[in-house]
Design a protein around this ligand. Structure first.
Ligand code: 4UV
Length: 548
């Protein structure tokens, strides 16, 4: 077709010029982020109180934390769990941990005890940063060698400065002056973060991301896009709203890393709430909102109310889950002057994938955009293995500097996901059009996306099958206008039991984080399985239409 698609190899290349990534093998992402010079003043602003951390304060706190952690007995390659909602302290802790070559793992702070225990043991956590409500939970797990540091909410940090001692440890960590310990040598190949994803099948697994992977997302997604769009205005004048969680790769890439290299300001919302979002946009003159579909819908509804201006908005993007035409049209009608794009990425690609691009010629709102610089793709027929040209649908394979090192302690899952030639098999069914724009059409893989959050059916099946009155079970996603999908379970009861749908829903709710709750139950006589015993999820999903 052109120089971006080779019919001989079936490889799509990015239409953008390649970007030279740093060649120095001894580089960590924290030094890389802070090596970019800019005149930005406020780095992170707490949306409720207006309390902010300046760029110089952020730098000071990050390196102070790194130094103090070292003193605290945390060494290179030790794993530190960051169990925090969005807070201006999240990036401080994340970057501080990485600055000494320790490894950060992140997790939804609403996770259940069972989920916490599983992840802490799986990636061998030695220290947890969390807020007061989770401290007792972690301590009750009583896992050998796991220490906890209590992170204040911003209001406590500001108001109780002299009165409260419970945050002394955190305060000391971020305010001691870095001493003269020699900083460890960190290689771009070294592991920087372990985030959890279920990939194309099975339970959730640790995705191992290197410093080089994180440098790639800073450069190829965040910095590239900012300069691409904002040729007219200095990038530091942009104000981003952090309403999507930083514990997930999409929010982490932007608010925990990339934007901090640009000098932009980030308004941090603790938890998504439509009214607060609107207030924050007006109060701080927010220009950019990276969002997931439910946030986009909330913005549209909010704008429809009289007296709402939101005139500062320049760009809104949506990613992490499919978006219907109707939601896009409603949004565009309400915000004709806002640049709307979709983006696509995965935890396993360190969020590097595609991003939308509106030009004079193209406004392809249903597309997730063009391949990021330095990335390659294939569209593969999943039955024959044939590579397909533009205009055809198949499984997306991705290759490039964002692709993970592998799954933690799971060589089989690693080799079945990233092949020997470095292609990440995404499990997404896609097609490219004749202009190189990508469309996400469907999913081959099992994951359920609830408001953009991943839910692994296998994790829920494991919880359900632990019920003494349940014989067999299968979980799948069910379409929902607000959340995108909700988990539903097909349950085979033991004969003679009186288990109700509500009993099952409550049972699971006691074992998993609230967003993972099973929201629909269908009692059935058997679960369709392949000869090898694999649940036939597609068959189940298709049967939903006729049952409900
Ligand atoms: O692993 P994960 O939870 O990762 C994400 C990442 C979302 C990103 C990353 C970079 C961006 O620029 C951006 O806008 C969004 O969600 O889940 C990965 C799976 O989520 C689905 C798809 O099935 C992935 O394999 N997904 C991600 N983005 C989209 C999507 C999208 N725009 N449309 C449909 N599905």
């Amino acid at each position: 077709v052109s120089d971006w698609f080779c019919s001989k190899t079936g490889i799509f290349k990015s239409k953008y010029k390649s970007i030279q990534l740093p060649q120095n093998p001894f580089l960590d992402v924290v030094s890389f982020i802070f090596s970019h010079k800019h005149n930005g003043v406020s780095a992170l602003i707490d949306s409720t109180s207006g309390f902010s951390l300046s760029y110089s304060k952020l730098h000071e706190m990050v390196y102070s934390l790194g130094f103090s952690l070292h003193e605290f007995g945390i060494s290179q390659k030790d794993v530190v769990l960051i169990l925090l909602p969005n807070t201006i302290f999240f990036p401080v802790v994340f970057l501080g941990v990485l600055s000494i070559g320790a490894i950060a793992s992140t997790m939804n702070p609403l996770s259940s005890l069972i989920e916490l225990k599983k992840q802490i043991l799986d990636c061998n956590v030695s220290l947890v940063f969390t807020e007061s409500d989770n401290v007792d939970k972690i301590e009750s797990l009583n896992i050998d060698g796991v220490r906890v540091i209590r992170v204040p909410q911003v209001s406590n940090y500001v108001e109780l400065k002299s009165k409260s001692h419970q945050f002394d440890c955190f305060r000391k960590l971020v305010s001691s002056s870095p001493g003269s310990v020699s900083r460890p040598v960190i290689n771009q190949q070294d592991t920087a973060a372990i985030l959890y994803s279920s990939g194309t099948s099975g339970v959730s697994k640790g995705v191992i991301l290197s410093h080089g992977n994180l440098i790639a997302v800073v450069e190829l997604f965040v910095r590239f896009e900012a300069f691409q769009y904002d040729k007219r205005l200095p990038v530091i004048e942009n104000v981003y709203l952090a309403s999507i969680p930083m514990f997930h790769i999409y929010g982490l890439s932007l608010f925990g890393m990339g934007l901090l290299s640009l000098g932009t300001s980030i308004v941090v919302m603790r938890k998504f709430n439509a009214d607060e979002m609107v207030r924050a946009i007006d109060r701080y003159g927010v220009t950019h909102v990276p969002a997931v579909p439910p946030i986009l819908m909330a913005l549209t509804r909010a704008k429809a109310l009289p007296g709402r201006n939101l005139g500062s908005l320049k760009q809104v993007s949506s990613g992490a889950a499919p978006l219907s035409r109707k939601i896009i049209e409603d949004f565009l009608q309400c915000f004709p002057h806002v640049d709307f794009i979709q983006g696509y990425g995965m935890t396993e690609s360190t969020a590097v994938g595609t991003r939308g691009l509106n030009t004079e010629n193209f406004r392809k709102y249903n597309s997730v955009g063009l391949l990021a610089p330095n990335m390659q793709a294939k569209v593969v027929n999943w039955n024959s293995g044939t590579c397909l040209p533009p205009g055809n649908s198949g499984e997306l394979w991705l290759r490039g500097p964002g692709i993970m090192k592998g799954y933690l302690n799971d060589a089989d899952a690693t080799t079945s996901t990233v092949d020997k030639d470095g292609w990440l098999h995404t499990g997404d069914i896609v097609s490219f059009d004749q202009d190189g724009y990508l469309y996400i059409l469907d999913r081959l893989k099992e994951i359920i996306k609830y408001k953009g959050f991943q839910i692994a059916p296998a994790d829920l099946e494991a919880a359900l099958i632990s019920h003494p009155e349940i014989l067999d079970v299968a979980v799948t996603g069910y379409a929902d206008a607000e959340a995108g999908e909700v988990p539903m379970a097909f349950v085979v009861k033991k004969p003679g039991t009186s288990l109700s749908q509500e009993d099952v829903i409550n049972f699971v709710a006691g074992l998993v984080a609230p967003y993972k709750k099973v929201r629909k139950i269908v009692f059935t006589h058997s679960i369709p399985k392949s000869a090898a015993g694999k649940i036939l999820r597609r068959q189940l999903k298709n049967s939903l239409v006729s049952r409900i």
